[in-house]
Design a protein. Structure first.
Length: 456
């Protein structure tokens, strides 16, 4: 591999790598401190029951423990505060998020985040139910469950914090859409959200949390708000795979409401293979992709908007239940924003730091090569060389435990700097539905088997 563009030419390579490792370690330490409040909140604070009133008999108290394994059925990463919500948030409205369950279970719990809120978020009513059909806010009436938090239907999520609900007794089918609804009567400041949901969710005026019809839900949105996870108690899966990446993992430019992101299709492959009797890992797959995400650098603010992959690893990976494997597809935005080749070694050091963090918790890391972006704005020959050099390190096995070669699978064989036309959404960076399906089929299911011991 050519090393002629190394910074501080003439300095010993070992010293350069040590310096870069120290810088990345400092970034991780600072970022971990930023998220300490959210990570340490167990959801037990400020949970006062509603004054008076009786509650429906279904799930008015925490569900008893049952058998099975807690796994992630769906999750998303909070990205920032929603524009236009700085003063009142969504006070006086019911927010009905539609999420797609990658795996089924006999019980469910949700996580609510107020990471970007400046004041406490008071939720007086929340529910979970199965969607009656595709593309609707209507619920299967018999599935409607009122959620509780420490036994109360009311919960106050501190500014910068998150809470997890009690277990609701609900049969969640794999591949089903789940409706998670929250109602807050009070102004709460900025709404914590994920903007690139590629899933239609709904809003209603007033408290319509347990309304099983779609009549009141006249507002539509392409955002996920407040809700960041749906976990299920499952007999289908024994662990969780986390897909960690940028807009390509987030599913940018895939078909709306179709669940054609590559992690969605990977989840389908795992289930189909297990159902066919193949000896493959019985894992669910959750998506922690953030559009425009970078490995090393995050956006402005405290906590930062669009946090770096390294800084959000403790929350978005270690915070998911029974994680066994992480599939990492990151780096293209670091390359596109790099001052030519100056950051190449910093990216490689950052990737190795990510792997070390995973190994410290017994997680296997499957790493993806960086796909081509010839023709996209910001492309230069120097950045293409940088991409090739990073991919060479990945292919040579010097970074990850296992390889998924997205670059080889999607590049144009006649012009390897570009995506194949049939896989290109048209912007020369993001795949289309066919490209995302090709990515999912490129993952070796047996490579997801975790044999990595924890470093204690």
């Amino acid at each position: 591999m050519t090393r002629g563009h190394d910074t501080e030419a003439g300095a010993p390579a070992g010293k350069q790598r040590a310096l870069l490792a120290a810088i990345v370690a400092l970034i991780v330490a600072i970022s971990a401190a930023i998220y300490a409040t959210a990570a340490s909140d167990d959801g037990t604070r400020d949970r006062t029951p509603l004054a008076g009133g009786r509650f429906p008999h279904h799930d008015a108290a925490p569900a008893p423990a049952s058998t099975g394994t807690w796994v992630g059925a769906w999750s998303t990463s909070p990205v920032g505060p929603e524009p236009g919500t700085a003063t009142r948030g969504l006070a006086g409205r019911s927010v009905r998020n539609v999420v797609h369950a990658a795996v089924g279970g006999t019980g469910a719990r949700i996580t609510l985040s107020n990471l970007y809120g400046r004041t406490p978020l008071t939720v007086t009513h929340a529910s979970v139910a199965l969607a009656a059909d595709d593309g609707t806010a209507a619920a299967v009436a018999a599935s409607m469950r009122r959620l509780t938090f420490g036994g109360s239907p009311r919960v106050v999520v501190p500014a910068g914090g998150q809470v997890t609900s009690d277990v609701a007794r609900i049969a969640v089918p794999h591949g089903g859409d789940v409706l998670i609804t929250t109602y807050s009567p009070l102004p709460s400041g900025p709404v914590t959200y994920h903007p690139q949901a590629l899933q239609t969710s709904y809003v209603a005026e007033g408290d319509r949390t347990e309304d099983v019809t779609a009549t009141a839900y006249t507002g539509r949105t392409s955002y996920w708000r407040y809700v960041t996870a749906l976990d299920v108690l499952s007999h289908e899966a024994v662990g969780t795979v986390v897909a960690l990446g940028d807009s390509i993992t987030d599913g940018a430019h895939s078909t709306m409401d179709a669940n054609h992101r590559w992690p969605d299709i990977l989840a389908q492959r795992l289930r189909a293979a297990a159902g066919a009797g193949r000896n493959v890992p019985r894992y669910s797959v959750v998506n922690q992709g953030i559009s425009s995400n970078r490995l090393l650098t995050h956006g402005p603010g405290t906590p930062p908007v669009n946090p770096s992959t390294l800084s959000r690893f403790p929350r978005d990976v270690l915070g998911r239940p029974n994680v066994k494997v992480v599939v990492v597809a990151i780096g293209v935005n670091d390359i596109l924003h790099s001052p030519e080749l100056a950051d190449r070694d910093a990216i490689l050091t950052g990737l190795r730091t990510l792997v070390a963090m995973a190994h410290a918790h017994g997680l296997k890391v499957v790493g993806a090569t960086v796909m081509p972006f010839g023709g996209y704005g910001g492309y230069t020959d120097a950045r293409e060389n940088m991409r090739q050099e990073i991919n060479e390190e990945i292919r040579e096995g010097r970074i990850f435990d296992a390889l998924v070669d997205f670059d080889a699978a999607l590049r144009d064989p006649y012009d390897p700097r570009r995506l194949r036309t049939e896989y290109d959404c048209g912007d020369h960076l993001h795949p289309n539905d066919r490209g995302y399906a090709r990515m999912a089929t490129e993952v070796d299911l047996n490579a997801l088997r975790n044999t990595t011991p924890a470093l204690l």
